[in-house]
Design a protein around this ligand. Structure first.
Ligand SMILES: NC(=O)c1ccc[n+]([C@@H]2O[C@H](COP(=O)([O-])OP(=O)(O)OC[C@H]3O[C@@H](n4cnc5c(N)ncnc54)[C@H](OP(=O)(O)O)[C@@H]3O)[C@@H](O)[C@H]2O)c1
Length: 269
């Protein structure tokens, strides 16, 4: 099951904010490599991408990385070209880069709004713009997995309107493009993570915990979830693996919500 032997995976954001634990992109790249795929990853900081590359190679996997800015078309094209030069194909694309800035339309500076649209949404357009024609030419087509967020489905307790709007847009981008490409053998789906414990989340706690109480900040996140705890990067990676694999051959334009029950609930009582 979920065998990716011989598949070439292009993934963005396979680094992570800090050394400890697992970021979502790092876990997806590592899990896909364990299933036999060759990984080609683009990340803003090369240093953090190389950490993931080392982790994969230590387990005997294959991973190349390139410093990439997913908001820049030339940089994305260079990543795609380098992957093609090395492997001659791209079977799976994972769009994982994303980040949230707080604010509502009245308080958010215009440059922050635009940078949120760039990093969360335009990045997905850019990779698809460069990769879809390649997948379409391949006899076996391809699979694209986009990482959204439950903030694109619900207000989750803090004002982050640009993040919410762009993550919602990813889901519809995925559905519409999936229909256009359904007969061209390219499948597109979304994984929608809830509250996930990653190095980035730890960083959020450092920045935003009231009174600097990071433990209380994390406890509150745990308590928001009907299962009583945040998920981790592997929970997201497992859903991404299913959608990328041949076992999901007849699944396109869909989303898998990985949230411990939050979006099915009206809140814990
Ligand atoms: N953590 C959660 O609770 C949660 C919940 C729902 C959805 N998500 C989504 O899941 C995804 C991954 O989240 P995460 O928590 O694992 O984040 P993360 O630790 O910050 O990892 C994101 C990676 O993206 C890279 N990156 C940032 N800007 C980039 C750019 N312009 N070009 C290329 N790479 C760039 C970062 O590089 P650097 O190493 O240079 O910083 C980092 O390695 C995001 O789309 C996020 O919105 C997360």
């Amino acid at each position: 099951m979920f065998n990716l032997q011989g598949k070439v995976v292009l993934i963005t954001g396979l680094g992570q904010t800090s050394d400890e634990g697992w970021g979502i992109g790092a876990a997806i790249a590592t899990l896909f490599a364990r299933q036999g795929a060759s990984i080609y990853g683009g990340n803003r900081s090369l240093e953090s991408a190389e950490r993931t590359k080392r982790r994969i190679e230590e387990e005997g996997g294959i991973c190349d990385v390139l410093s990439t800015d997913v908001t820049d078309s030339a940089s994305v094209k260079a990543l795609v070209d380098r992957c093609l030069q090395k492997h001659g194909r791209i079977d799976i694309l994972v769009n994982n880069v994303g980040r949230s800035e707080p604010g509502c339309p009245a308080t958010m500076a215009e440059d922050v709004w635009h940078s949120q649209v760039d990093i969360n949404l335009n990045s997905v357009y850019l990779t698809c713009h460069h990769v879809l024609p390649i997948m379409e030419r391949q006899e076996s087509g391809g699979a694209i997995v986009n990482i959204a967020s439950i903030a694109g489905l619900r207000y989750i307790g803090k004002p982050q309107v640009a993040y919410s709007a762009t993550k919602a847009a990813i889901m519809q981008f995925t559905k519409a493009t999936a229909v256009i490409y359904a007969a061209r053998r390219v499948r597109l789906n979304t994984v929608v993570p809830g509250l996930i414990y990653t190095p980035y989340t730890q960083d959020l706690a450092k920045r935003y915990a009231p009174g600097g109480d990071e433990e209380a900040y994390m406890k509150k996140r745990d308590e928001q979830v009907p299962m009583g705890r945040m998920g981790d990067a592997w929970d997201v990676a497992n859903a991404a693996l299913f959608l990328a694999s041949d076992e999901a051959m007849y699944v396109t334009g869909q989303k898998i919500v990985v949230d411990g029950g939050i979006t099915s609930s009206t809140g814990r009582v």
